[in-house]
Design a protein around this ligand. Structure first.
Ligand SMILES: [Zn+2]
Length: 220
């Protein structure tokens, strides 16, 4: 499968999963040191085909393809600039994650062990006017460590080492937010106790070789 085919497939998946409506959302994949495949603006992600995708450089110039790059290209260029290990970015408006972003709540507390290890802290980025540099400014203080971000009154962003990784991180975030929302109709979630949390990090490091950025840890 080519990079374009894979990115188009994930675009379709994001729409089928209900993470975006109408023309919402944008996805990209780093394909070279100064080359990014990105979705065009004004297209439904369920209908994206490989040839609809645009090739741009890290300054946002279109190298190949018809149409305008996503209006949120700044989020993508920002992510690739600051995080060399990030090769794919998904921005979407999943219902439960966006609901948390709308009540102004971050996901910084240790509740689900796999979320602690795969996403770590999911910060809330203050409300910013879409498509402007305000959005990347709101992400700036979290850019060095986070794999997923909540954008206040807007949606979510996930980073990945590959496009499937970025998709799975968005799926994980939405799944966690959905469980939390339902848990709160029944009561209040309990957090993982500090000692158990330290044990979890130590097993993750020693057994699975997972290396977590100090600022992404929840045990301090
Ligand atoms: Zn958006």
């Amino acid at each position: 499968m080519t990079a374009k085919e894979e990115l188009a497939k994930v675009c379709n998946l994001v729409y089928e999963k209900g993470y975006v409506a109408a023309f919402d959302g944008n996805l990209s994949n780093r394909v070279g040191s100064n080359r990014i495949l990105i979705t065009p603006s004004g297209k439904n992600k369920g209908e994206i085909k490989p040839d609809d995708l645009l090739l741009i450089d890290l300054s946002g110039n279109t190298i190949e393809g018809d149409g305008e790059p996503s209006t949120e290209s700044k989020i993508h260029l920002f992510g690739y600039k600051y995080r060399p290990e990030v090769n794919a970015i998904v921005h979407a408006h999943p219902i439960f994650a966006t609901a948390f972003a709308t009540i102004g709540e971050s996901l910084n507390k240790p509740v689900f062990p796999e979320v602690v290890l795969t996403l770590g802290k999911v910060p809330l980025c203050k409300y910013a006017t879409p498509s402007t540099e305000q959005v990347t400014d709101s992400m700036q203080s979290h850019i060095e460590y986070a794999w997923a971000f909540l954008l206040e009154n807007h949606g979510a962003v996930s980073f990945g080492k590959s496009i499937m990784d970025a998709f799975y991180k968005m799926e994980k975030l939405e799944h966690a937010c959905k469980i939390l929302a339902i848990a709160r109709t029944l009561g209040r979630e309990r957090q993982i106790p500090l000692l158990k949390l330290k044990e979890l990090y130590s097993i993750a490091e020693s057994t699975y070789g997972i290396n977590i950025h100090p600022k992404n840890r929840m045990d301090y």
